[in-house]
Design a protein around this ligand. Structure first.
Ligand code: PGA
Length: 253
């Protein structure tokens, strides 16, 4: 079966309102006349410009996602944004569980599970991030760590909700470090995860699931990573902030 290919740009806490609009327009212009029939391009900007970008008629090649949602439905959580709010501005996708959220905001597995619940209740698609720390890789415990991350936050879902899930393997040692997983390292984990999903759900669920790679993905290494059988695209941080680099990565898919 042909799985959907996806490149998602995670802009993190970069670009103010005007700069975000300009970058989105620049990327969109560069995508004109490209064959995007089997590719989705998703951008996760900061919350202040998400609605404007999502509502823009000009940005016809791009979809938009939030970088995060809160785990509660609503209430006294100053500074937070709910899944319902994201959905209400016409955004259909959210990233959940980025390693920076885990590191700086103490997002644990039970919290991520709640966030997944909130997203699914609001019919939001989830880009669920997982991946091991450097010490986990060195100690060879990474398969167990990755299995635990996926089991604890996603295995409660009934199989019909898996068409709302995109996975993103982001080895923490590769994020923003310039060090990237080798194609073999990425393929090994992606295959392991696809087999894990197959063991819990049906073959069809595992087969249609898009699994992205993220972590120092750049124009010069994207193609070899994307050539791996179980890598269906990328979640791009630093290189998504430059339109030329980002579009080169899209071309490599
Ligand atoms: P990076 O970030 O491409 O800058 O390593 C990836 C990510 O954090 O999603």
């Amino acid at each position: 079966m042909i799985r959907t290919k996806i490149i998602a740009g995670n802009w993190k806490m970069n670009n103010d309102f005007q700069a975000s609009i300009e970058l989105a327009e620049e990327i969109n212009t560069k995508l004109k006349n490209k064959d995007l029939e089997h590719k989705r391009i998703i951008i996760a900007p900061n919350f202040t410009c998400l609605q404007t970008l999502a509502a823009s008629k000009n940005l016809n090649h791009l979809e938009f996602a939030s970088q995060n949602i809160h785990q509660e439905i609503s209430g006294a959580y100053t500074g937070e944004v709910s899944a319902e709010m994201v959905k209400s501005i016409g955004v259909n996708t959210t990233i959940i569980g980025h390693s920076e959220r885990k590191k700086y905001f103490n997002e644990s597995a039970p919290i991520l599970k709640q966030k997944v619940e909130r997203a699914i209740e609001n019919n939001l698609e989830v880009i669920f991030c997982f991946g091991e720390l450097l010490e986990d890789r060195k100690s060879k415990k990474y398969f167990q760590i990755i299995e635990d991350q996926i089991r604890s936050s996603l295995f409660h879902l009934n199989h019909e909700y898996w068409n709302k899930i995109i996975l993103a393997y982001e080895p923490v040692w590769a994020i923003g470090t310039g060090e990237t997983a080798s194609p073999d390292q990425a393929q090994e984990v992606h295959k392991f995860v696809r087999d894990l999903i197959e063991s819990r759900y049906e073959n069809e669920v595992a087969d249609q699931l898009s699994i992205l790679y993220g972590g120092s993905c750049k124009p010069d290494n994207a193609e070899e990573i994307f050539n791996s059988l179980d890598v269906d695209g990328g979640l791009i941080g630093g290189a998504s902030l430059n339109a030329d680099d980002f579009v080169k990565i899209i071309d490599a898919l």
